[in-house]
Write a protein that binds this ligand. Structure first.
Ligand code: CA
Length: 728
């Protein structure tokens, strides 16, 4: 529906409802409709209620993603079937958890769009398109995703990829207010979920690799007026910002290299990173806010901070005063972070018995592979133990200082030698939501084992550019040899694992090995169940205590997002989104795409006991016939093209130009055969509305031509391998 038509309709409805509302007021003797609107408030979100609503993406303020509902349980979960589904636009990553209030479901999709449905029948109620400009996509490292919205007293809040925070009326979908939360000229983007507490709504953003300085901002829920802002890295010019972070950042600046140490690409130029792109949790018990802070920029600590200092608050959990935004405490999980080890992963609040005493704790499983139990009052860890096997950047944490005991080989910029790290930039755990069952005491982590090589950058990789991924780590680590067996071995070593971690023992109680990484978020229920979809197109349920697989449903596409559960008229439902997308299939085309050729189908699926719905049949797969154009260019030109491809193209179009099934596989694109078309796209930007901007600000026509020569070479190689490189 166009905005104009929608506005006209809502004006008409407003006229009709004036009379109707008057009738209701008379009939209900003062029980106004606003009391219903007020229902989802701080008191409600503190507990999450009886489970009939799933009122925020994390279920309740403690974000345990655990439902008290048990109608669906381990004895009957195998009778789940599809009650309804809705196809969605945009075959890009779908990362949102459905929110359900009073029988209505609200989801966000790729490009920050919002859809409302009747949660029982699937009837579409309204939708909202913030009309994010397509060219914003080039600022998003990890697909044009959105992880969900917030509901508060009859209003919805959504962050848009281009940096707006928008409030909508939950009944009509009408826009109530919209604020731009970041400088549109910056490289910041929003993919995360706003959180609401005490009539304030808070949002952060992403974009560290593209050169931004991290911050979160709180706004008044009614007016959208800014309440406070907290920056996570010091002001690059050494000035006060006039924000809540000023006094602590004066201290934090001692942990960054001084102005005399400034060198090319350092934090003063990049902003230092430290973006808060996912975890923001409100602690209703202690009236504190926790934010998970991202990686540094450049990644390379030797360049970012001249190899000096811990660089507060990179890779830290920071506690803030929710009223003022002032600093309370922080714990830095990875001091002097240099591997893209963000601490942005989801945070869960819980109470845990420790040495006979109940402690208020938070659980965190960040990218770096260690599971942290942190005291919420003091910010001091209680334990830090690995949650996957094979972590090699550190052997553990010192139990006095709570600093990592590092493997000296891991600081590649000091040794000057490559370091093959596990975990790596994609993390032992990424944004995929984890859940916690207070009965079993276990945390269900969508974990993964993805190794990568870290090599100090040289040449083009060491130059800071306005467009593209700036890490000051060599992209040569992404070059795979033309050796089918090597590539197969690399794919086979890249796996996922559902880890049921016991914070009381510091070990997994049970694990489920998975063939690929990048599997869905988890949902825990009082039915002794853990639900998780996976990248290979199954939606599964396991017993929460033992990890027995009790249910598996083929869903045709991958599942990245977390599921939610709710009830309407006494019937329990389970809802989740399908798609392929996010960082992994974009950058790791071999493993995420070619080795997992499942299609990207953007769809909302809702399950119920005894339901028998079926998804539409998929078309028969057609074998692709390789027909690359004639190779041009000499070895030096192709090598130059590879350098530029790695630097500017790979993050979206995949290592080795192997597409992961989300954006076009350039090896198969007709554009590589035609130099004029190629130039019009790569240099002139004729496809910018579809997310592919022109790169004339960072490359000349010769570089663009050499990239084309490189991609033709990759298509030639694929023809030689006949895609056998993938099929095991
Ligand atoms: Ca990052």
């Amino acid at each position: 529906m166009t905005k104009i038509v929608k506005n006209q309709l809502s004006q008409m409805l407003a006229k009709f409802t004036i009379g109707a509302a008057a009738a209701i007021i008379v009939a209900s003797c003062g029980q106004s409709s606003s009391s219903e609107d007020e229902k989802i408030n701080a008191e409600y979100l503190a507990s999450g209620g009886d489970g009939s609503n799933w009122a925020m993406t994390g279920f309740s303020y403690d974000e345990q993603r655990h439902s008290p509902l048990d109608q669906i349980n381990e004895s009957n979960v195998d009778q789940l079937g599809i009650e309804w589904f809705a196809d969605l636009p945009d075959a890009r990553g779908q990362e949102a958890t459905p929110v359900v209030v009073d029988g209505k479901m609200y989801i966000t999709t790729a490009w920050s769009k919002v859809f409302a449905f009747d949660a029982a029948t699937g009837e579409a109620l309204w939708n909202y398109d913030p009309e994010v400009p397509g060219e914003t996509a080039v600022k998003a490292c990890c697909d044009v995703v959105n992880r969900g919205l917030a509901y508060w007293k009859g209003k919805l809040f959504v962050g848009t990829l281009d940096g707006r925070l928008v409030s909508l009326d939950a009944q009509s979908g009408d826009e109530l207010w919209s604020v731009q939360t970041l400088d549109p000229a910056s490289n910041g983007t929003i993919t995360g979920v706003p959180r609401v507490f005490k009539d304030k709504v808070i949002i952060g953003n992403g974009g560290a690799e593209f050169g931004v300085r991290g911050f979160v901002t709180a706004y008044d829920v009614k007016s959208g007026e800014k309440a406070w802002r907290f920056y996570t890295t010091p002001n690059p010019e050494g000035k006060a910002d006039g924000e809540a972070s000023d006094s602590i950042l004066a201290k934090a600046s001692d942990t960054w290299s001084g102005p005399d140490k400034a060198q090319k690409g350092d934090w003063r130029e990049s902003g230092g990173g430290g973006t808060v792109w996912d975890a923001i949790v409100y602690d209703a018990e202690l009236d504190q806010l926790y934010i998970g802070v991202g990686n540094g920029n450049s990644w390379n600590h030797g360049v970012r901070s001249a190899g000096e200092g811990d660089n507060w608050f990179i890779s830290s959990v920071v506690a803030l005063n929710p009223d003022t935004g002032e600093y309370i405490w922080h714990y830095q999980e990875t001091p002097a972070e240099t591997w893209d080890f963000t601490a942005t992963q989801p945070i869960i609040l819980a109470n845990q018995m420790v040495d006979g005493e109940e402690r208020k704790v938070l659980y965190h499983a960040p990218k770096n592979g260690f599971f942290f139990t942190i005291d919420r009052k003091t910010g001091v860890p209680i334990s830090a133990e690995p949650f996957i096997e094979g972590v090699n950047w550190a052997t553990g944490y010192d139990k006095e200082t709570w600093r990592p005991i590092e493997n000296p080989e891991a600081r590649f910029y000091k040794t000057g030698k490559p370091f093959l790290a596990l975990p790596s930039a994609l993390g032992a755990h990424n944004w995929h939501p984890m859940s916690y069952n207070p009965t079993t005491g276990l945390v269900y982590i969508p974990a993964q084992k993805v190794a990568a090589a870290y090599i100090p950058a040289s040449g083009l990789d060491a130059q800071r550019k306005k467009l593209g991924f700036n890490t000051d780590v060599s992209n040569a680590g992404f070059i795979l040899p033309d050796d089918v067996n090597f590539v197969r071995a690399a794919i086979a070593a890249t796996t996922g694992q559902l880890v049921a971690f016991d914070p009381r023992t510091g070990k997994a109680a049970w694990t489920i090995d998975q063939q690929t990484p990048w599997n869905g978020g988890t949902l825990s229920t009082a039915g002794n169940l853990v639900f998780q979809g996976n990248a290979l197109g199954e939606f599964n349920a396991y017993s929460a205590d033992k990890g027995a697989k009790l249910f598996s449903l083929p869903v045709q596409s991958g599942v990245l997002a977390g599921a939610s559960t709710y009830s309407v008229d006494g019937k329990q439902y389970v809802a989740f989104l399908t798609s392929k997308g996010g960082a992994f299939p974009l950058v790791a085309g071999y493993a995420g795409g070619a080795a997992n050729p499942i299609p990207s189908i953007p769809r909302l699926i809702v399950l119920k006991l005894g339901a028998t719905g079926e998804l539409p049949a998929l078309p028969e797969p057609v074998k692709y016939e390789w027909n690359p154009p004639e190779q041009f260019g000499d070895a030096a030109q192709i090598a130059d093209g590879e350098q530029s491809f790695l630097r500017y193209c790979m993050v979206c179009h995949g290592a080795g130009a192997v597409g992961g099934g989300v954006v076009p596989d350039l090896r198969k694109s007709g554009t590589i055969a035609d130099k004029a078309t190629w130039k019009s796209i790569v240099i002139d930007g004729i496809l910018k509305d579809r997310g592919m901007v022109g790169f004339s600000s960072v490359m000349d026509e010769t570089q663009a031509k050499n990239i084309r020569a490189f991609v033709i070479g990759r298509a030639e190689q694929a023809k030689k391998d006949d895609s056998a490189i993938i099929a095991p």
